[in-house]
Ligand binder design. Structure first.
Ligand SMILES: NC(=O)C1=CN([C@@H]2O[C@H](COP(=O)(O)OP(=O)(O)OC[C@H]3O[C@@H](n4cnc5c(N)ncnc54)[C@H](OP(=O)(O)O)[C@@H]3O)[C@@H](O)[C@H]2O)C=CC1
Ligand SMILES: O=C1Nc2ccccc2C1=O
Length: 269
């Protein structure tokens, strides 16, 4: 199993079919959406449009479509129906590459019931891989120690940036065999004028956004920056022709800051 090294986040993208097609043209291969974002159908359409315009070169199996079950879709029967709804919205894609539980907030019983429905979707061939999002250490171990587990999670999608490093959780996630998908890698654009990010960017001849995306990659994470702007789609993807040194990484790190740009539920019961 290999997950592409970078993805496109699509929260708040309303013309998603256009943006997704542009992203795939540029080279993005992972697209992250969710029931919550209200754009699964459009994201799927963007992928289909991209395949249809050059079916010899653009293949369904080259795209990694990620979506998530929202909090109100937890519970065994509800999740089963929700997975079918999600599949129906992107019927042209035939399957979901990675399905995540969006968050652990609904409690242990709901989390595990939802997982049971997700496992069955893998066993039925509707979903290739399953994973979690916003899970803390205890949620991960709850799942891995559950006696009903037949399909292991492959990833934990969590907010990670130099101002929300979550080093212990990231190390734990990887130690348990899950990849870290880093959401809000640009800290929702709140930190693009940070003096150190700007200085490193100037020295390297790149943008602060490229520095932050590269920071995630150097850490061994899969960043999923969001942009609806075509020029930024291009530059955010252009992060494989330079590296950050150990000193530059340290200059960007803020291990003592915890400033998530969004919700923070990894410690919920
Ligand atoms: N699982 C979860 O609970 C969560 C998942 N996510 C996922 O992660 C994705 C990314 O996180 P998100 O919160 O969107 O925040 P990001 O950190 O990706 O930042 C997005 C913001 O940065 C701007 N931006 C992007 N590139 C540049 C650039 N090169 N220069 C200047 N500004 C730029 C965008 O503007 P513009 O679009 O106008 O160009 C947008 O305002 C989401 O879209 C979603 O897919 C996010 C939050 C929670
Ligand atoms: O992309 C997202 N933005 C959010 C804001 C609040 C809760 C969940 C999310 C997302 O998944």
């Amino acid at each position: 199993m290999s997950i592409p090294p970078i993805g496109l986040g699509t929260w708040n993208i309303h013309n998603a079919s256009v943006v997704v097609e542009q992203a795939l043209d540029i080279g993005y291969r992972l697209i992250d959406t969710a029931k919550l974002y209200g754009n699964e159908r459009e994201v799927g359409q963007g992928i289909i449009n991209w395949i249809n315009k050059d079916p010899v070169h653009n293949k369904r199996q080259d795209v990694f479509y990620v979506t998530k079950l929202w909090n109100d879709q937890n519970g065994y029967e509800t999740a089963k129906r929700a997975i079918q709804d999600g599949l129906n919205k992107v019927s042209g894609l035939k399957y979901i590459d990675l399905l995540l539980i969006h968050s652990p907030t609904e409690g242990r019983r709901m989390r595990l019931e939802t997982w049971k429905a997700m496992q069955e979707a893998v066993e039925a061939g509707h979903v290739r891989y399953i994973g979690v999002s916003n899970y803390g250490e205890k949620h991960i171990d709850e799942l891995l120690n559950w006696d009903g587990l037949t399909v292991k999670p492959i990833a934990n999608e969590i907010e990670v940036s130099p101002w929300c490093m979550r080093q212990e959780l990231c190390d734990f996630t990887k130690k348990r065999g899950l990849q870290v998908i880093a959401y809000a890698p640009l800290s929702h654009a709140y930190r693009l004028t940070d003096p150190d990010a700007e200085a490193v960017a100037r020295e390297k001849g790149v943008t602060p956004a490229q520095v932050l995306i590269r920071w995630s990659i150097e850490k061994g994470y899969i960043p999923i920056p969001k942009t609806k702007t075509e020029s930024r789609l291009r530059s955010n993807f252009d992060v494989f022709s330079f590296k950050l040194t150990g000193d530059e990484m340290k200059r960007l790190d803020h291990p003592n800051v915890h400033d998530p740009s969004d919700w923070d539920v990894v410690h919920c019961a």
